[in-house]
Design a protein around this ligand. Sequence first.
Ligand SMILES: [Zn+2]
Length: 283
Amino acid sequence: MEKQTQTQTETPDIPKWSALLVEAVNKPGLIMKAYSAFWNYSVGNQILALIQCQLRGIQPGPINTFPKWQTLGRVVKRGERALTLCMPLTRKRRDDEATDNDERPEEQTYTTFVHRARWFVVSQTYGSDLGPITIPEWDAEQALAALGIERIAFDKTDGNCQGFAKGKQIAINPLAQLPHKTLFHEIAHTLLHTSEGSFTDTEQTPRNIREVEAESVALLCCEALGLEGGDYARGYIQNWLFEPIGYNAEAIPEKSAQKIFRAADQILRAGRPTKERPAEYAN
Ligand SMILES: [Zn+2]
């Protein structure tokens, strides 16, 4: 049984999100491989799981916790070491200051993210056969509706402009070269940037980081779903990583990498049939 009070473990061997993103950007095929094996986990965890499999020479495949495998009729082999994933922990904090007045003390919840070694790949288990793995379809209109984003007519005359985002609205040039990539890019802007104020920022550096964030989300989504556009996005991000001072993996700040994984995850989940969205961290 898991103890109720756990302290945050030090995880020096777990790569940062920025390092995982750089890995994903530089290794074509990695994202698709991670998505097809671990699609019901968050995008960051998919890549984290795949990289651990690769490092340990484990065949990637479905992952579950020890008790979840038991419910599926499979047993974790003796001596197998669990994979580490990042999971949210929601805690309650009572505000005792409020006890002096008549009101009841307020309970506030807050979420922290911690790394835990709890997951095993199917190849680390034995037992009943699993059914065939089916990767759910992704539907653009359903995703837009679920994310509360409206698709509006493209009214710019600049032929080079592939699309734009303002507020919760996006427009894609009907002649866009890579319509899916542009769609993901613009959705990413609405999720990450347009609420932060005016999007047409004139300062060069922040704008570049925003473009890299949006393009990285497009890369993750295109590759996960096997849609055209990933190569273009990869080239763009690699150029950006190489541009300032030669190759610089640190060029993607950790905070940006977290935002990128989170947005890609939101987009991929929003477009899946509802019944296919399991609770990631159940058990
Ligand atoms: Zn953009």
